[in-house]
Design a binder for this molecule. Structure first.
Ligand code: FES
Length: 127
């Protein structure tokens, strides 16, 4: 598989309204959600503190709410609600014969250091 390839990640029946599904596409975790009978594919990691967005819920207005602290993102644009400048990475997605396909992207080597929180650190003294 390579960037630009369409990857079959799920059946359409696996993704039901108001329940997301987390899948892997290349080096990315992708959350699939349905809104108004269309499937959307966005990064499966909340920019706030990294919770899986596949576990979030889509509201009547098409915003995906993270289950952890409630930050919300417009599925259609990826933008956060309320003027927040952050944005979810989006993926091209289509349906074919009951299957959901997501287009693979180039591997990322340039994640901004502050995009996701750093991993926790532990003091050696706490062993
Ligand atoms: S981790 Fe998603 S809102 Fe905090």
């Amino acid at each position: 598989m390579a960037a630009g390839d369409w990857i079959r990640v799920a059946t359409r029946a696996q993704i039901v309204q108001a329940q997301g599904l987390g899948v892997r596409v290349g080096d990315r975790r992708v959350a699939l959600h349905v809104y108004r009978d269309r499937v959307y594919a966005v990064q499966d990691q909340c920019p706030h503190r990294g919770a899986p967005l596949a576990a979030g819920c889509v509201g009547e207005d098409g915003f995906l709410a993270c289950f952890d602290h409630g930050w919300e993102y417009d599925l259609a644009t990826g933008r956060g609600r309320g003027g927040w400048e952050g944005c979810l990475e989006q993926f091209a997605c289509r349906e074919e014969d009951g299957a959901v396909l997501v287009q693979e992207k180039e591997p990322r080597e340039d994640w901004p250091e502050d995009w996701f929180p750093p991993p926790p650190t532990f003091d050696d003294d706490d062993d």
